[in-house]
Design a protein around this ligand. Sequence first.
Ligand SMILES: NC(=O)c1ccc[n+]([C@@H]2O[C@H](COP(=O)([O-])OP(=O)(O)OC[C@H]3O[C@@H](n4cnc5c(N)ncnc54)[C@H](O)[C@@H]3O)[C@@H](O)[C@H]2O)c1
Length: 251
Amino acid sequence: MIDDSGNQKEGQMGPIVITGAAKGIGLGVASAVRAAGMDAVIFDADTDGSRSASEIGAGFHRVNVTDRDELEAAFSRVAEERGPISGLVNSAGLTRTGPSAELSVADWKLVIDVDLTGTFFACQAAFPYLAETASIVNLASIASARALPERVAYTAAKFGVVGVTRVLAVEWAERGIRVNAVAPAWTETLLVTELVAAGKIDREDLSSRIPMKRLARVDDVAGAVMFFLGADSPYITGQTLYVDGGYTWAG
Ligand SMILES: NC(=O)c1ccc[n+]([C@@H]2O[C@H](COP(=O)([O-])OP(=O)(O)OC[C@H]3O[C@@H](n4cnc5c(N)ncnc54)[C@H](O)[C@@H]3O)[C@@H](O)[C@H]2O)c1
């Protein structure tokens, strides 16, 4: 929580809810939140999130972000038990790859539902329970700015996440709520490991195309999220911060 002079009030932070934090970037963010001495609550559709949460001393609710009612019930309980919510990080996401001409209706709907609709529903369901000066951070992607072949639904969803971020930032500024996005390049998580294993991406080829010559680490992304959650960004809203080793604007 940040006071009128833009300073964080010690001991007055409410919980930070992180969706999709059973693993990957979300779990990295939840761990960073806990390491900074703040309260963290994981929302994930996967019950493994319960184990991840207890390992880092966070709360857990089994929530499918495409289900508006589940989100509403979980945010309401968090606020009741832990106080007004100081931060929301929307990291729940998935992807489907393949030639656009052959993408199934089910895969298109799944990716749009989870990555775009899920992000909006979580913001909407959290709104009544947000503390004054709460910060929302949505996980976008380099696919929010660049065309990634064979990831048309993912790209459409991540462009949409930036749009949702901008609209909510403008609408909710009068309540003191900031809404920003963090857009990573390929990050060393299971999602990427699986794409490498399936031959969908070539790690060496990819690294060679990134100006900084390596994939992102979870900590690189968590650091950017923490910047938006913390006291150092009180006048920044509606922005998308690329955490990409220079990839997005290279060539
Ligand atoms: N890893 C990358 O290279 C990369 C790059 C750019 C952006 N991103 C974005 O960052 C976010 C996190 O990615 P990650 O690599 O950590 O993925 P991940 O697969 O490691 O973790 C995603 C988490 O989301 C959860 N989830 C999926 N569907 C859900 C649903 N309907 N409801 C609730 N939880 C659900 C999963 O159970 C999982 O715990 C995603 O939005 C992704 O698009 C990732």
